[in-house]
Ligand binder design. Structure first.
Ligand code: ATP
Ligand code: MG
Length: 596
């Protein structure tokens, strides 16, 4: 890509929208998509310029970039012009502290305006941003600060005291800790974020950054093992922009809300970057999850596009079952809502239909990973949904299904892999590298990175099938798939069937070794509020699942478990259910919910 020859627009060019999926796929090129972004005035590309400065220099300057809803429900807006000034101030702070190009700035913050300032100011100074999940305990925080070579940390006094202060000696590279809000004065070795930024100049010229310069470091969720540090570059912004147009249908007048925590890749790519690049108003919710509060924000803030996750939807489903009553959502005016999308875990068909019945809109599932950096496969905004399917590959994304071996991973023979031959044949999902937000490394782990590629494909570690019309259906993670009596059973299918029973809130399914079948299916089930576990209910659920799934796939055993183990990004940790069941070592639990 020749950066000097691309078009320099101040207003983004919106790529052609669907519903013409086939046309969009056949005419789309990433090179052209690059042209939709402005590029730095002096040449090069920088995420922060696309997200803020470009708008601040346009007639969008006075528009609200952020609409912050505080815990007490007070609302405060930050315009694009103000965000440009704040991020310039923070970039100046970093420069004054001597933070050199490419050095790492970490955040340990909930969603708050200072998070946006830090992320975008860091990128302006050509530094690398790595977000941490604020509910992490001291061990995972220290582990990631060390692995990611943190030089600067932005956090609050309370989080610092609890999670970092006692570890500071073990982190000699962590030179600067900046405290947002009160408390810096009482904490040795820290400075006040607010004082430093207030004293800094509010203009900043972004130094030239190239599309290939490292911009973001994201640790994976740790669902299958030790979290990996995925490295992303400035060019990723092209993919954030395009995919938010296709999969989330963002238009400049939207009021957009992404509920993902900013500590995870979704919360950054689609909670910070993509909406700002599109020039929309983004909700910054500083409160905790609470069904009533969420319905209220959707209604009172007139949210038009909502990006959330299955775990959050299941929480709402507990509060408002599909069979009613709908009093809670009906007490808010949700008529502005135009699109609901979900990512992170398989979305059970039940949740898609729940959205349709309770919120008036079905839920659009989409699939991607920390590694891919952007949405890859989606039920498009303007197309029909196939409930239970993750959708179809986005324009510019080439996907396939590869034949797998015994271990559930793509079989590589003589350096070659084989694609499945017929529709609906299960195999490992693979992607052809080349999209802009593709990860460029696992930090300090070249071997693992190399092992993720074969024969020109990136191997995702997820098992899927593709139907005759080209829609992809998630089967399970290769590590979670159950081999039973010659069948490969995806836990998702079994969990979805159980979820259709009105008593079931959530389910996690594993294989338990069995001398005859190899493995038998075992389900862990949490029940809806007010439903009591009983042997009768267990029998009923077993029969219910058997009718839907047939004898080969149905669970042999069901255990009621009100607290299914989950990652902090809300995914059921089947490997932990399995380890507990079999008395095996539990492995890396740094991302286990509630382990702090
Ligand atoms: P780790 O790689 O550390 O084990 P992780 O894979 O959960 O953790 P993420 O990158 O946060 O880390 O999650 C990506 C994974 O989440 C995908 O590989 C897939 O298994 C799952 N996933 C994401 N979206 C969907 C979806 N729509 N349907 C099914 N699974 C999904
Ligand atoms: Mg993964």
């Amino acid at each position: 890509m020749d950066w000097e020859t691309i078009r320099k627009d101040t207003e983004p060019v919106v790529p052609p929208r669907l519903p013409d999926y086939e046309r969009a796929r056949s005419t789309f090129t990433w090179a052209e998509a690059h042209g939709a972004l402005a590029g730095l005035p002096g040449g090069g590309l920088n995420i922060a310029y696309e997200a803020v400065d470009r708008h601040a220099a346009s007639d969008r300057a006075g528009k609200a970039a952020l609409r912050c809803v505080a815990r007490d429900d007070t609302v405060a807006e930050v315009t694009y012009a103000e965000l440009a000034r704040r991020t310039a101030r923070f970039a100046n702070v970093l420069r004054a502290l001597g933070v050199a190009r490419g050095e790492r700035v970490f955040t340990l913050l909930g969603r708050c305006p200072e998070l946006y300032t830090t992320v975008l100011g860091t990128l302006k100074n050509a530094d690398v941003l790595c977000p941490l999940f604020p509910a992490f305990g001291p061990d995972p925080v220290e582990q990631r600060l060390r692995l990611g070579d943190a030089r600067v940390l932005v956090t609050t006094a309370a989080l610092y005291r609890k999670k970092v202060a006692g570890r500071r000696d073990a982190l000699p590279g962590l030179e600067h800790v900046l405290i947002v809000g009160p408390g810096a004065g009482e904490l040795p070795g820290t400075s006040s974020f607010d004082e430093l930024t207030a004293a800094a100049a509010d203009t900043f010229t972004i130094p030239p950054t190239s599309p290939g310069d490292m911009a973001l470091l994201h640790f994976t969720s740790g669902t299958t093992g030790t979290p990996k540090g995925a490295v992303h570059v400035h060019e990723a912004v092209v993919a954030h922009y395009v995919t938010a147009a296709y999969a989330l249908d963002l238009h400049p007048d939207d009021v957009y809300w992404c509920t993902a925590d900013p500590g995870w890749v979704t919360g950054m790519s689609y909670g910070v970057i993509a909406p700002l690049v599109h020039g929309v108003t983004t909700i910054v919710d500083e409160g905790d999850y609470d069904a009533r509060r969420w319905y209220r924000i959707l209604g009172e803030q007139r949210v038009t596009v909502w990006y959330t996750a299955p775990t959050a939807l299941r929480m709402l489903m507990r509060a408002t079952p599909r069979h009613g009553p709908y009093d809670l959502p009906r007490s808010y005016d949700l008529s502005a809502l135009r699109l609901i999308a979900s990512v992170g875990e398989p979305l059970n068909p039940e949740a898609v239909l729940w959205g349709r019945d309770v919120l008036g809109l079905p839920v659009h599932d989409n699939w991607w990973q920390t590694e891919t950096g952007c949405i890859m496969i989606a039920n498009f905004a303007a197309c029909d949904i196939r409930p239970g399917s993750m959708g179809r590959p986005l324009p510019g994304v080439e996907a396939t299904v590869l034949r797998t071996g015994e271990d559930g991973r793509a079989r590589v023979a003589g350096g070659r892999v084989t694609e499945v031959e017929s529709p609906d044949e299960e195999g490992e999902l693979a992607l052809r590298p080349g999209w802009p937000s593709m990860f460029r490394a696992y930090l300090h782990d070249e071997e693992r990175y190399d092992a993720a590629f074969a024969d020109g494909w990136y191997l995702t570690g997820d098992l899927v099938r593709r139907d005759a019309d080209g829609w992809y259906w998630f089967v399970g993670r290769a590590d979670d798939v159950i081999k039973s009596a010659g069948h490969l059973i995806g836990p998702f299918e079994v969990e979805s069937a159980l979820m259709e029973h009105p008593a079931v809130a959530e389910a996690g399914v594993i294989g338990r070794p069995d001398p005859v079948a190899g493995n038998v299916v075992k389900a862990f089930v949490s029940l809806r509020p007010g439903v009591e576990p009983s042997p009768g209910l267990r029998r009923e659920l077993l029969a219910f699942a058997r009718r839907r799934l047939g004898p080969a796939v149905t669970p042999r055993e069901i255990t009621f478990d009100p607290n299914l183990p989950k990652t902090r990004s809300g995914k059921v940790m089947r490997r932990l259910l399995r380890a507990r069941e079999l008395g095996l070592p539990t492995g890396d639990l740094s991302t286990l919910e509630g382990s702090a």
